[in-house]
Design a protein around this ligand. Structure first.
Ligand SMILES: Nc1nc2c(c(=O)[nH]1)N[C@H]1C(S)=C(S)[C@@H](COP(=O)(O)OP(=O)(O)OC[C@H]3O[C@@H](n4cnc5c(=O)[nH]c(N)nc54)[C@H](O)[C@@H]3O)O[C@H]1N2
Ligand SMILES: Nc1nc2c(c(=O)[nH]1)N[C@H]1C(S)=C(S)[C@@H](COP(=O)(O)OP(=O)(O)OC[C@H]3O[C@@H](n4cnc5c(=O)[nH]c(N)nc54)[C@H](O)[C@@H]3O)O[C@H]1N2
Ligand code: SF4
Ligand SMILES: [Mo]
Length: 880
């Protein structure tokens, strides 16, 4: 008895459709790509494919918690409502805040925003989208008068040239990247240019990679505007008919190729090639993401890119346009409901009194907020300063993801009242909550999300809610009712909220606002259940939705014309100096999602990169005395971390890269947000997460160790630790600054003896050589191994971990077990490259050699590696 339900992936903004085959239990969930969904046509990446592994109940937050004790919903909701009301009465509405997330569904988000801005009467609702999309929002508003993404995914196939700017789409928007790869295979003339200081996996199919100096994109695009003008590549008719401000923008862009080369640290020929291609192609899509947005001048960078598209009329046409890739599954929905603290709702904001009056009329409220609230970084400063005394955090983990994260931690520690809604029990942020509210997660919750191309899709419940978890909209409405707003928050189901949201989008709109889904204003429950993916606007003029915007050259500015913005490029606020000589760049890995609360549950996804690491150029490594695979301490004026050194010339000298994912739940010193400078863009208030001055030095522990254990261990951790969930085991990477008195006791203590079982030990100690190794068998099955070394390197973990799949070890395996190496003739698979089919680097290398494989397709035929989601193809190609 199984049924198939169409839903949407809860991770990135590509917004892939999923076809979920639901069996009797959580563990009988089968996930595949929905072939009918226009975002992915059946494809999924490694994260989407592994969703079935993440629905388990272990680690879930399933009951309300009040001051550390289990509480009932009534108790928890009363407490939240009363505390908020009490603080508002005493200190005013601006003493409370909500900090939301682009991972909330539109319905949840709408209700949260309505409560804070419409009824509590404060602008203090902001969201993690401030760290993600706000520079794009601000850039769009300046250029178009509205926050509109003009194009659609179909443009990837129609383009003659695609430029990826500050986007590692191969890892972060993998299915879109696969689509570009496929388009390039069909049409080899399609050019791909990647603009990124690092040589990323996205460079795999690039015709040109411009490894520009961090933070210099505005110079590059100003140079492009100048070049287009000098080489008669402008669309003067378009500029004339549909834009304003060109002359000023061009004047500000007075920079020649030589100057661009000097500032950006690029080769002149490469710049020339890029500019030539841009000048000589009509259909160009510029895809940009966090390398642009997360900057102290991110808004200017967005406009520097848009300027070039306006100047060539390359917008509002098939295969054309500036295209901001949204990160989170509902980053776009958050913008629709007005989740940022300067926004109101339905693409209206506090800059217009008319908007404020209109929304107040629609919500029928006397108490609407009249000014913007605190944007994220300021909000947590205000909490730190005691100005905001109660905060409700939903669907985000700010103790990890905000810059200067140690200050955020302190702010929450000292805050009078902290409420956190999450679906996971133990996170770095839930640890600081007074009240924890269990939210239904993906597979339980029901509502809509909007992807990068404005496409609204349904996320559908696959299972009933687990434990006592409730949908976010329900939780918020319950609190609102208890605060005295019974009527306005009387929702019984998500469709009622969606209808209201749709009605507001059309309310007194008459074509003045881009976001209009008024065609859904009276949608029936049944139609909502069956809603098929649709791109907004969906209104009388566009009953089936609309692929592209601005096709008629009309914009939402007062004059109806698009605005050029004169850009004077700024360099990052904090530059490296003698104390902090390196630039810290932070970003994402292929198989983890943000703070790992869900992806780290799937063993498959932990194999690609197991430990917090820092990538740096070999020359820098030598300069700072760092060896590959050793530990390094990284420090900024704001905080510090420890990470494993990885050497690569894909990294520029002077700049290092650290993944953003690790938290205190999985590593002792991997929370990189602690280091990141809290500087923000003056217009968008988006933080500069890609550029923090740091220094790096050797972290020299006295010993290093690893443990592989069938069971999760409850042990006291040494100075440095990382915990990794494997397929049939847990792996612990450990290091300490002081030697235990007796290794044997230390090891046995860590591996804690179980009772009532036959336990056998196998041990090896070489005091002079500085190592101790032991294996523990329970009822003849390998239960755990521990390897400790003070001088030599530890063996690789891959063969040892593979032994946990076996019910019993053979004699030969047992004999060599404590060498950590497979018996002669048995291959070690190496680190896993293809997460979908579990194929390791060594297996691939061996196959390449023995079968003379030449292409990734041949590797795929031989080993299946790279044939499902395709995200590992760049790595397979690197091995070739
Ligand atoms: N696997 C995975 N995918 C994800 C996510 C995830 O957590 N994991 N998160 C999702 C979310 S919310 C987001 S916002 C997106 C982010 O998607 P991306 O923006 O593609 O990801 P990042 O790795 O943050 O940064 C992109 C690139 O910007 C580059 N960069 C740094 N400084 C500069 C600069 O000065 N100029 C230029 N041109 N480039 C620079 C970095 O080197 C990096 O390669 O990914 C989404 N997809
Ligand atoms: N240095 C640096 N910092 C960054 C970035 C960077 O590139 N570099 N990127 C920034 C960007 S673009 C982003 S988007 C942020 C992301 O950063 P966060 O938003 O902090 O990261 P997540 O891990 O996605 O947090 C989501 C939380 O919501 C919970 N959750 C999941 N589903 C639900 C639900 O349905 N309801 C509720 N209530 N909770 C749920 C998850 O368990 C998790 O705890 O990080 C930002 N911070
Ligand atoms: S590309 Fe991957 S993470 Fe993004 S929506 Fe599709 S399956 Fe999910
Ligand atoms: Mo994001």
């Amino acid at each position: 008895m199984s049924k198939t339900i169409q839903t949407t992936c809860p991770y990135c903004g590509v917004g892939c459709g999923i076809s979920a085959k639901v069996g009797q239990s959580l563990h009988q969930l089968e996930i595949s790509g929905d072939v009918t969904h226009p975002a992915n046509f059946g494809r999924l990446c490694s994260k989407g494919s592994a969703l079935g592994e993440t629905v388990e109940l272990k680690g879930r937050l399933l009951e309300p918690t009040v001051y550390g004790q289990h509480g009932s919903w009534t108790e928890a909701l009363d407490l939240v409502a009363n505390s908020f009301s009490r603080i508002i009465e005493k200190y005013g509405a601006d003493a409370v805040a909500i900090y939301g997330s682009g991972q909330l569904l539109t319905e949840d988000y709408y209700v949260a925003n309505k409560l804070m801005k419409g009824f509590i009467g404060s602008g203090n609702m902001d969201t993690n989208s401030r760290l993600c999309m706000s520079s794009s929002v601000a850039g769009h508003k300046r250029a178009f008068g509205s926050d509109t993404v003009p194009g659609c995914y179909d443009d990837f196939e129609q383009a003659e040239m695609i430029v990826l700017i500050g986007s590692n789409a191969a890892w972060c928007h993998p299915v879109s990247f696969q689509r570009i790869r496929a388009a390039k295979e069909v049409n080899p003339a399609l050019k791909l240019v990647v603009i990124d200081p690092r040589r990323t996996a996205s460079c795999d199919i690039a015709d040109l990679h411009l490894p520009l100096a961090s933070g210099t994109d505005a110079n590059l695009f100003n140079g492009l505007l100048q070049y287009l003008s000098k080489h008669q590549a402008l669309d003067l008719a378009y500029i004339d008919a549909h834009t304003e401000g060109f002359a000023d923008a061009l004047k500000a862009a007075a920079i020649d190729l030589e100057q661009v080369a000097a500032v950006c640290g690029l080769n002149k020929d490469d710049i020339q090639r890029f500019y030539d291609w841009f000048a000589n192609h009509k259909k160009i899509v510029s895809l940009y993401s966090q390398g642009i947005n997360q900057s102290s001048s991110g808004t200017d960078k967005v406009n520097a890119i848009i300027n070039c598209h306006l100047a060539t009329g390359s917008i509002g046409k098939p295969g054309c346009g500036p295209f901001s890739l949204t990160g989170q599954p509902n980053a776009m929905g958050g913008r629709e409901v007005g989740g940022l603290s300067h926004q109101l709702a339905a693409h209206m904001d506090f800059s217009s009194t008319d908007d404020i009056e209109r929304v107040a009329r629609f919500w029928n409220t006397q108490n609407i907020a009249r000014k913007p609230g605190y944007p994220a970084v300021d909000l947590f400063d205000a909490i730190y300063d005691g100005k905001v005394k109660a905060v409700w955090i939903m669907g985000t983990n700010p103790v990890v993801s905000l810059p200067n994260a140690n200050k955020v931690k302190l702010a929450l520690k000292n805050c009078e009242f902290v409420v956190v809604s999450d679906c996971i029990k133990d996170t770095d942020t839930t640890a600081l909550a007074h009240v924890l509210l269990p939210a239904q997660g993906w597979s339980e919750k029901d509502g809509t999300v909007t992807n990068s191309e404005r496409r609204i899709s349904r996320q559908r419940a696959l299972f009933d809610g687990s434990g006592n978890a409730k949908p976010d909209w329900w939780i918020i409405s319950q609190v609102a009712r208890r605060m005295g707003f019974e009527q306005e928050f009387s929702y019984q189901s998500p469709v009622e909220i969606f209808r209201e949201h749709a009605r507001l989008s059309g309310f007194e709109n008459n074509g003045t606002r881009d976001f209009d889904i008024s065609a859904f204003a009276d949608i029936t429950e049944q139609d909502y259940q069956g809603l098929q993916p649709t791109q907004w606007p969906v209104n009388q003029a566009n009953p089936q939705g609309r692929s592209r915007m601005f096709e008629d050259g009309k914009f939402f500015t007062v004059s109806g014309k698009a605005q050029f913005i004169a850009i004077t490029p700024c360099l990052p606020v904090h530059s490296p100096d003698q104390h902090y000589p390196l630039i810290l760049n932070t970003g994402r890995l292929r198989d983890q999602w943000h703070t790992m609360t869900r992806t780290a549950i799937a063993a498959k996804l932990n194999q690609h990169k197991a430990e917090p690491f820092v990538e740096l150029h070999p020359v820098d490594a030598e300069r700072y005395g760092l060896l590959a695979n050793t530990l390094a301490g990284i420090e900024s004026p704001w905080g510090s971390m420890i990470a494993r050194v990885q050497l690569t010339d894909s990294q520029q000298q002077g700049s290092i890269f650290v993944p953003m994912h690790w938290t205190e739940q999985y590593a002792s010193h991997g929370r990189m947000g602690a280091l990141v400078n809290p500087i923000v863009d003056p217009i968008s208030k988006q933080p500069e997460s890609k550029h923090t001055p740091v220094r790096i030095k050797v972290y020299q522990p006295v010993y290093q160790s690893f443990i592989l254990s069938r069971r999760e261990l409850n042990m006291t951790m040494p100075d440095y630790w990382v915990k990794i969930k494997g397929q049939q085991h847990y792996r612990y990477e450990l290091a300490g600054m002081s030697l235990p008195e007796n290794w044997q006791d230390w090891a046995k203590n860590k591996l804690c003896d179980s009772q009532g079982e036959t336990v056998q030990w196998q041990e090896y100690q070489d005091a002079a050589g500085g190592h101790y190794r032991a294996a523990r068998f329970v009822n003849n099955q390998l239960e755990s191994v521990i390897f400790i070394a003070t001088k030599t390197e530890l063996p690789e973990r891959s063969w040892l971990t593979s032994l946990f799949a076996k019910t019993a070890l053979e004699q030969g395996q047992r004999r060599v077990l404590l060498t950590g190496k497979p018996p002669v003739g048995v291959a070690d698979v190496g680190t896993i490259v293809c997460a979908c089919f579990n194929v390791g680097a060594k297996t691939i290398q061996t196959a390449i050699k023995s079968h003379g494989l030449k292409t990734h397709q041949q590797v795929g035929l031989c080993l299946k590696a790279g044939t499902n989601c395709g995200s590992c193809i760049p790595e397979i190609k690197a091995l070739l």
